[in-house]
Design a protein around this ligand. Sequence first.
Ligand code: ADP
Ligand code: ZN
Length: 748
Amino acid sequence: MPPCHATLAGAQLRLPSAPAARCAVLLPLPLDRPYDYRVTADARLTPGTFVAVPLGRRIVPGVVWDGADDEAVPEERLKAVEQILDAPPLRPELRRFIDWVARYTMAPSGAVLRMAMSVPDALRPPRRVYACALSESGEAALRGDGDAKPLTPARQRVLAELADGPPRAPADLARAAGCGAGVVRGLLDLGLLRLVETPALSVVPEPDWRRPGPALAPDQAAAAHDLAGKVLTGGFGVTLLDGVTGSGKTQVYFAAIAAALERQRQALVLLPEIALGAQFLSRFAERFGAPPVLWHSDLTHAERRIGWRAVVEGRARVVVGARSALFLPFADLGLVVVDEEHDLSYKQEDGVVYHARDMAIVRARLAGIPVVLASATPSLETIVNVETGRYRRLSLPSRHAGALLPKIEALDLRRAQPERQRFLAPPLVAALAETLRAGEQALLFLNRRGYAPLTLCRACGHRLQCPNCTAWLIEHRFLGRLQCHHCGHAEGLPRYCPSCAAPGAFAACGPGVERLAEEVALRFPEARCAVMASDTLNGPRAAAQLVESVASHEIDILIGTQIVAKGHHFPMLTLVGVVDADLGLAGGDLRAAERTYQLLHQVAGRAGRAGRPGTVYLQTFLPEHPVIRALVSGDRDRFLAEEAAARRAYGMPPFGRLAALIVSAPDADGADAVAAAFARGAPQMPGLEVLGPAPAPLAVLRGRHRRRFLVKARRDVAVQPVLRDWLRRIKIPANARVQVDIDPYSFL
Ligand code: ADP
Ligand code: ZN
């Protein structure tokens, strides 16, 4: 070191004592902070570099992190970074995002990093893949040229396959030619086939923004132009795309995606229930000539590896994914779209508890890029942000191509009673018959899986209950068993009542979708009927097939839970019957009314999307309820204004803050003891109130007894530091657990 340097820095300057330096490495494990490792001085590791480091006896991948090193561990005790991994560095805005999410949700930063590094395999250099191609002598043999020996029929087929198509892996080639692997091997040995290295697996087709989209209606075009402009100029900003169902919101934000592609940047579209997005994908491919890269929990390991790698290298131009896609390491993200922004599935409830819409906005702010939130029924949070000027709004007030919004009617079940043990009121039955006669389709919506929500003993009234949870067991007749919808416990229907031993005397109470299907089959034996619920569908492919068969009118009556509510476009569907419109209104949930409004509005929006007008019947015992009235009158904004006024009066979100603290233990006394300790140590400060402890509505879940606290604070109070301090002060026994949920959406 030159002497002048030391003089300038004065006595504080620490001279490097050895040719080694430390660097902080964050590991994708539930750890609160990075650990220090040693690197040789000449291997300068900039933050973001992926490295492999020793941890205990293992070698684990991690990321060189920013920030001050932890000097508590003396240098000579540090372990050395083992290897620098072959991947582009994790970008600074993603590192800041990970730290931000960890601080906000109070999750360990390593646990958040793990969501960004969900495919450790992708950090290894990609395996080479070989495929068989025709060699020159193979081509000659196929032509029968020269002095080549005549080919056996099997060999002939293999060569012919390659003459007509691209190079293929040996196993695929053998399968296509209908022969054994030995035939292919033989041809390789003879030199009639040659091996070529193929990048085939990792090639990501590139969407083409230059392709013309459909001609847009004037208000669509105005919104599209506006969004595209935002993307082209760049910079952070949130735009709500507020359009009625069927107004063409997707086509409009496609224009924003096209603009991101034009700028050579990446785009991310978050969708709820991605598995059901087959219709979305074909529309995307139609618009851009190539599919997007998908990211959701049903991908194979190989698909993940390829996808992650393509995202970090910037080759994946557009990613369409479920909430976890938000943590992908984009090389140059230029736009985020959150479709159906009000959807509850954006809230992740276990592991790192976060809301993907809210975190999408944070990510965009840190990256300095625009976000589009799309919905026909925006959340109250978003509407309030529009009204205070934090977000902009673009409106699409009418359906595409002159289609009308459906007519919505309440069916008062106190007057129009269904027959005994039946669940469809006479006017709805008549409307169904009429729809079938007209050659149109109907949707019956009931947000209850299984046959019946409750099964009880006729002799003694005993209710069949889950052994692990405070919940009834639900009969699933298709599967022939009883199931708990909270923990997955399943058992056969008992032969005798567990309480009074009466044989086979169980009665189903109330309807689930399966029971409704039974009633439809009895009433309309000719109608082609299908049930769509998460447990009746065997994976995303089955779901896509069912959607396809409804769209092509192979089904007359579709019976479904909430998974039918979203996004689908069925041109011949003109009647929607909501079997129990009151279902979501019970219980003290803060958002019960808002959520019911959104769900039923979405369901109603399935009717009459093409030329034919749609009708919706809401079966209800509460026709005067504000939610039912708002649905019938179509006055969404008045409903939202009333909701907002009520929340403001009680200081509830978005006008105040909430955080939940759930303590649990294997037994009730243990849970009570921990809860009591927390209650004694509860924070006391102005603007913040601690409610509880109270037994959670799901007092026992998966065998654990649960108690809840709710922290309610003014908007200007930062609750995380208060919670952190509270948690630090209470000693928690080893078998107890504490879960923190910032901005809770579930109060169970
Ligand atoms: P939303 O998401 O607002 O409910 P969609 O984007 O699903 O509406 O559009 C509804 C239907 O109308 C889709 O089948 C879509 O392809 C079609 N559509 C919307 N806008 C146009 C347009 N400008 N030209 C052609 N078809 C359109
Ligand atoms: Zn259970």
